[in-house]
Each structure stands twice: as C-alpha cells, then as structure tokens.
Design a binder for this molecule. Structure first.
Ligand code: G3H
Length: 496
C-alpha cells in the first residue's frame, strides 16, 4: 500500500509521516497513533503523534505560504486543483484499499468515494473561477440622501488559514469538500484527519503534493486529540474552522473565538411516510438511506415515522429487503460491514437493549459479532426509548407508528438535531406543507436524505450545525468581502 510506488515517500518504516512545509516528516515525539482495522481488530496502520511544537511550525509555514498563494492568479489555482483531482482519480485503487482497511467501507463504495472526491475538486475549481472572478460595483446615489460621489468596488478575499477537521466516515470526500474551496479562494489549509481514516487522508494529501502545490499551502498533522486537538482549534493562527463530526463540534465552537465556523454535527433524519406513499419506493429508500455504509452517515434515515394504516405493509417490505442485504467484511463488498470501533458497537448495542427492555418489537433477531452488527429494524418504538432520539450510527433503525402526520412533524421537530428529513407521498402539495413545517436544513421529497450531489447546499439547523456547505457556499464561507470606495470631489452621473 503506502510503502509502494508513488506513495513511497509518505511512510517511514511502518509509520506514516505527516505533511508540513511541503515535505513528509517524522514527528520528534517518537510516538505513533495506532489505527485498528474494524474488521479484524488488529493494528492496521500507524501514524505520527505530532507535537504542539510541530503544529506551531505547520501554522508558521501555512501563514507565510498563504501570502504568496493569495497572489497566485485564480486560473493557476484552479489548474493545480484540476491536476490534484486527476492524480487522485488515477490513484483510486490504493486510496480505496486504505478506506477498506481503516474504516471498513465496502470496496466499491470506497472507490466511489475517491472518484466523487476528484469530481468535487474539479467542480470547485470551475465554480471558484466563476464565483471569485466576479465582484460588485455599487454607486452611492441609490441610498437616500446621497449624490453619485462614491463608487464602491467589492471582491472576495481569503481568510488566511483554514483548519479542516473531517470525520471517519468520509475521510477523503469530507476532507476535499473543505480543502478545495479553501484553496481555490486563496487560503492555506491545515488538515487534521480523523484517526480512523488518517492514512486514506494522507494518501489524498500526497496527490495535492504531486500536483505541485507550493509548500505550506496545504499541510496535514496527525496525532492524539488530547495532545493537539484543542491546541489546533484554539490556535491563534487559525482563521476559519470547517468541522464535520459529532458533538465535539459544539465544544470547538465554544472555544474557537471570533473566527468563521462551518460545522456539521450529525442528525436524526426522520422519514415520514404518508398513506398514499409508493411503498416500494419508500421501502427501498429506507433500506438504502438507513443501512448504506451500515448506517454510519450523518444523513442516514434514523427514524421512520409511518402512518399506522400502512405500517404493517411498509415494515413487511422493508424486512424483505433487509433479508437480502449481505453481511460481512468490506473486502467482499458486503452491504453491512463492521462498524468503525468497538465502542461504537457497544453504544449501538446499548440503544438496542434499551428498546428491547422497554417493549419494542424486533423484526429480526439482534445479532453481533465483534464490530459487526446485523441489520435490524425495530418496530413499535415509543418516545421513552433512547433509540427514538439518539443517533445509533449503525445498522439499526427504529419505526415509530403515527396516527396523524402532525405527530410525525412533531417528532421530527422535537429532536435536538435538524439536518435532513424526508417525506414519501404522491401529493406534492401536502409534501410542500410538511417540508415547510419540518425544522431541518433539507427535506427530500420521495427520496432518502443525502448530502450529494456535492454542489447542493448542505446545512443543519439546531445541534446539526452552523453555516451551509456545498461547493459554492463553502467558497463563500471561506472568504470575506473587501471593499474599495472611490470618492469623487463632485457628483458624476453617467451620460448626465
Ligand atoms: O456523514 C455525513 C455526510 O455528510 C453524509 O454524506 O449523504 O453523501 O452520505 P452522504
């Protein structure tokens, strides 16, 4: 893997290096962080445990590099991003192999993640050329009391250093969704990848290195959260944080200080099924939406709210489809693969046992072997059960039966989360009314929640996040407006 071919530089002995000032380096700590393969629970990889001093060096290099990068013509920045995208796609196989071993993502989904990431980088380069290539021109006489004596020119300028912290479930895609907008806008970028997924991310970073980005424009530090986590997020050199993950994001936002934040912190996406829904479509969307990557997606369907009159038919259809899912190792491209860590599996089991104790109906027998949990639909879930509200991040899905659509909307809105939701009905008028009533950043009509396509706006309300993502929104978020005002001694009116 990393020790071979084009990726030879990124590893020393059995430990992957970190990337600082345009070079692959070994940490002076002499320590490493182990990455456990979720499938066999053995140490798969080791990454450097960087020190705070090394973080300081990365920040210094990122700061001086950014000054030059911001002076690099936009078309050249775009060209380098296109190059990185092509290199990334060319090395889909070794990167996907890392994803399989680090986060137990099924092989075909891992390959899709890498290709999707290349496409995102290219799209971002093109969008950046358009979005950043334009400014505004305003004249003072449009505001009451003013003559035309002031011409205001505005353009978008970079923020400085963007700190990107992606989660384990898309260590490549959710890295580039932060890296590409930051770089096209003229920022430098420091990546702190998740521990599970760090090696995939380091391979991805090497593609940027091979594309020829100037040293310091992009860096990547690995290490223990306890050692460098707060140090990074509270570092005075950081001018913007883009974070995707769990409720650590809430703590980060409290400590971060006066800098722009982009946060995506998970969801409890509700799926409301009305009586007139196409149940074949709804059931296949529930299975895809709830169980893809074993439910480890913030946009997974996490609670089904179905009208009582059609609940039996829906549950039957979902169960039939669940019975066809393959369960096993990611190397075999199974639909359900081991969840990322033992503690995740234990957490999921806690939610399942709580529902069992409180009388929910299990449609399948609960089955677990180490980190592998078989898909489970839990029917007749009631509001006193933890699984009605908490995010399992696993292949376990609760069904709450409702007698009125208002109950479904109420359940959705009573959640602390507000990422996405979905509605299944053939009545578009009803769908719009329900969508408007749902307190979530996005509502999908007749499809499962999903972030993509990656240029769509993506945002959460309440504890699900701050700001909006998607290519254009991220570019805008990682810039500031700068105005230059030309003041004339006397009013001047065109053709006047
Ligand atoms: O896990 C959070 C991701 O943003 C979800 O992305 O909808 O493409 O799976 P996805």
């Amino acid at each position: 893997m990393g020790e071979n071919g084009v990726f030879a530089d990124i590893i020393a002995g059995d430990t992957f290096k970190y990337y600082s000032d345009g070079e692959w380096k070994v940490s002076a700590s002499g320590k490493f962080v182990p990455i456990i393969n979720p499938t066999n629970k053995k140490i798969q990889f080791k990454v450097q445990a960087c020190t705070q001093e090394e973080v300081n060096k990365v920040m210094e290099s990122a700061k001086s590099a950014q000054k030059l990068w911001a002076k690099t013509p936009l078309w050249k920045r775009a060209e380098l991003l296109h190059k990185a995208a092509a290199i990334l796609k060319d090395h889909k196989k070794p990167i996907a192999d890392c994803l399989v071993k680090e986060i137990a993502k099924a092989a075909k989904d891992a390959a899709t993640e890498v290709v999707r990431s290349g496409d995102l980088i290219s799209y971002c380069a093109e969008e950046g050329v358009r979005v950043l290539g334009e400014g505004k021109f305003l004249m003072s006489d449009s505001f009451p009391g003013n003559e035309r004596t002031k011409y205001c020119l505005t353009s978008k300028i970079p923020l400085g250093i963007v700190l990107a912290i992606p989660p384990f479930n898309y260590p490549v895609n959710l890295s580039v969704s932060k890296i590409a907008p930051a770089l096209i806008a003229g920022n430098s970028l420091v990546l702190k990848p998740p521990t599970q997924g760090a090696v995939s991310a380091l391979h991805m970073i090497h593609c940027f290195h091979l594309a020829g980005f100037p040293k310091g424009v992009i860096s990547c530090v690995t290490g223990k959260g306890s050692e460098i986590g707060d140090f990074l997020t509270m570092h005075p050199g950081v001018n913007c944080i883009s974070f995707t993950g769990g409720d650590t994001g809430i703590a980060i936002s409290k400590k971060a200080g006066m800098i722009p934040l982009q946060m995506e912190l998970g969801g409890k996406d509700a799926c409301i099924i009305l009586e007139d829904a196409d149940l074949d479509l709804a059931s296949s969307s529930i299975v895809k939406g709830g169980f893809s990557y074993s439910g480890q997606r913030c946009t997974a369907v996490k609670v089904v709210l179905v009208m009582e009159s059609i609940a039996d038919s829906l549950v039957k259809k979902v169960n039939e489809k669940l019975g066809k899912l393959t369960v096993g190792p990611p190397e075999n491209d199974c639909d359900i693969t081991p969840v990322v860590t033992e503690s995740s599996a234990n957490f999921i089991e806690g939610l399942v046992m709580d529902a069992k104790k409180k009388g929910a109906t299990f449609c399948q027998e609960y089955k677990r072997k180490d980190n592998l949990i078989w898909p489970l639909l839990i029917d007749n879930v009631k509001p006193d059960m933890r699984i009605a509200w908490e995010e399992p991040f696993g292949p376990v899905l609760p069904v709450v039966r409702i007698s009125k659509v208002e109950e479904g909307i109420h359940h959705c809105n009573a959640s602390n989360f507000g990422l996405q939701g979905c509605i299944f009905t053939k009545d578009i008028n009803k769908a719009i009314l329900i969508s408007d009533a749902m307190e979530t950043g996005t509502v999908q009509i007749n499809s499962a929640p999903a972030r993509g396509p990656d240029h769509f706006p993506f945002q959460g309300l309440k504890d699900s996040g701050i700001g909006s993502q998607g290519v254009t929104n991220s570019i805008n978020m990682m810039t500031k407006i700068k105005s230059t005002v030309i003041n004339l001694p006397t009013p001047s009116y065109t053709m006047g």
